[in-house]
Design a protein around this ligand. Structure first.
Ligand code: BES
Ligand code: MN
Ligand code: ZN
Length: 479
């Protein structure tokens, strides 16, 4: 989907050749002389189109309007949540006519952030997955033309940023949505290599031999039951001087989580194809960086493997040695995310990073704690936590800080190894984070548990592309 911004006078806009015309209605309203404002005030006399984000007024075949369909939508105060409501409401009215081009009237008083929020939300609700359909119905909406009465330059950066962010989010959705036989560790590595063709990008892929030489015993233990070879993906975006310490993003890349020998129940097990959503979000961030080229250095690490039961699979009770040297008693093979992440966190030390953020569909307990609204945020560093929290608020891709008191680590004690990989049912998302923290002592560290936010179950089953927007906002703030 392509966004563009053009300068047009209000009268000219109405005669634009588009399939549908949307007028974004700001909190302040439009000049009462404007034809659209007169429609709105007429509607208000009948208690239609109240003063609330998401209110819509739909008209067909308006005189003087070229587009067959005109939709006025209230965008509220321009907060991300207002933008979402407004985009959903507008799209619900428009999608039936399968528009190819959309014209959007941007009033003078609308802030660039509000426009961006609306554009991002529109891209989100008009997305649909097609890759493995035999007769993919191509996305009809290919062009969105924003019309402003002011010089286009004012809004150009916001639109360019929305476009780049949308591409990253859609790449993350694409990989998370792909069926597990179409998104193996090898496929993920190929996707990373393709991304690295862009300027300032590099990619290196390690296989079993290299990973074994590094001593990644925890990662290898998860992979040993799978017929698909593991991959450890290292992506680099070098947008700043070499001397600038990078931010490292670590994405959980379990391309399918059966639970291993601690097998999961059958119902909805297909959803565990989304267990590489953290990895997908790292790919998505790199896709956006390639387009925006900010002055910052970023490293992306993706340990990728399936978690399968097998004659050779790791067993409850097995003790393995991680890359850090710490030994781990694997009491539950379904707590595999932390096992592949811990070795990636140790590997991250070599970059002397200014911050390391891991992103993982780590625990069902986080779904219980925070649902689909906010991702769980855990951090050893207050400044980093604050910056990530704020990036969430600004982008509408929300998170919430959770505790890391040492008392939560009690349950991880083991008689047979330095640490166990589970810590009991209580506060499950926190004990998982406490496990990871043991491997992240050498740099400011944060962990995002996206188990509840990375995908939707039910009829609208699919990936959300979260938390790409949060991470991109954070990184742009650091450049
Ligand atoms: N990938 C799952 C976490 C998950 C569960 C995400 C449900 C979304 C929905 C993870 O690997 C896992 O299985 N975690 C276990 C940990 C437990 C064994 C300590 C869980 O949450 O049940
Ligand atoms: Mn699991
Ligand atoms: Zn998992």
């Amino acid at each position: 989907m392509n966004f563009e911004i053009l300068q047009r006078s209000l009268d000219k806009v109405l005669s634009e050749k588009v399939d549908a015309l949307v007028v974004l209605w700001p909190a302040q309203g439009l000049s009462p002389l404007h034809a659209v404002a007169q429609r709105v005030s007429a509607a208000r006399k009948h208690q239609h189109f109240e003063d609330q984000p998401g209110q819509v007024l739909v008209s067909y075949g308006c005189e003087g309007v070229h587009a067959p369909l005109l939709v006025v939508v209230h965008v509220g105060q321009g907060r991300p949540s207002d933008g979402r409501r407004a985009a959903e409401a507008a799209w619900n009215q428009i999608k039936g006519i399968k528009p190819r081009t959309l014209g959007v009237v941007v009033p003078e008083s609308l802030q660039a952030e509000a426009l961006q929020a609306w554009a991002m939300a529109l891209a989100d609700c008009s997305y649909s997955y097609t890759t493995t359909l035999s007769k993919p119905s191509a996305r009809s909406l290919t062009r969105v033309r924003f019309f402003s009465t002011q010089p286009a330059a004012r809004l150009k950066p916001a639109i360019a940023q929305a476009q780049a962010l949308m591409a990253g989010i859609e790449l993350a959705k694409e990989w998370a949505n792909r069926p597990p036989n179409h998104a193996t560790p090898t496929h993920l590595a190929e996707a990373a290599r393709a991304l690295a063709k862009g300027a300032r990008m590099k990619c290196e892929v390690l296989g079993l031999r290299e990973v074994s030489r590094l001593g990644m015993g925890a990662f290898m233990a998860v992979a040993q039951g799978s017929a698909q070879p593991l991959r450890f993906i290292v992506l680099r975006y070098d947008g700043a001087a070499k001397s600038k310490a990078p931010v490292v993003l670590v994405g959980k890349g379990i391309t399918f989580d059966t639970g291993g020998i601690s097998l999961k129940p059958g119902a909805e097990m297909d959803e565990m194809k989304f267990d590489m959503s953290g990895a997908a979000s790292v790919l998505g961030v790199f896709r956006t960086l390639a387009e925006l080229r900010p002055t910052i250095n970023v490293v992306g690490l993706i340990p990728a493997t399936e978690n399968m039961p097998d004659g050779l699979a790791v067993k409850p009770g097995d003790v393995v040695t991680s890359m850090s040297g710490q030994t781990i008693e694997i009491l539950n093979t379904d707590a595999e995310g932390r096992l592949i992440l811990c070795d990636a966190l140790t590997y991250a030390e070599r970059f002397k990073p200014r911050a390391v953020i891991d992103i993982a569909t780590l625990t069902g307990a986080c779904v219980i704690a925070l649902g689909a609204v906010r991702s769980g945020l855990f951090a050893s560093d207050d400044t980093l936590a604050q910056a990530l929290h704020q990036a969430g608020e600004d982008s509408g891709d929300l998170c919430w800080r959770m505790p890391l008191d040492d008392a939560y680590a009690e349950g991880l004690k083991s008689r047979f190894a330095d640490v166990a990989n589970i810590g009991g049912r209580a506060a499950g998302s926190v004990t998982a984070a406490k496990f990871l923290q043991r491997f992240a002592s050498q740099y400011p560290w944060a962990h995002l548990d996206i188990a509840g936010t990375a995908w939707k179950s039910g009829a609208a089953k699919g990936a959300t592309g979260r938390p790409v927007a949060l991470l991109v906002h954070y990184l742009l703030g650091q450049s």
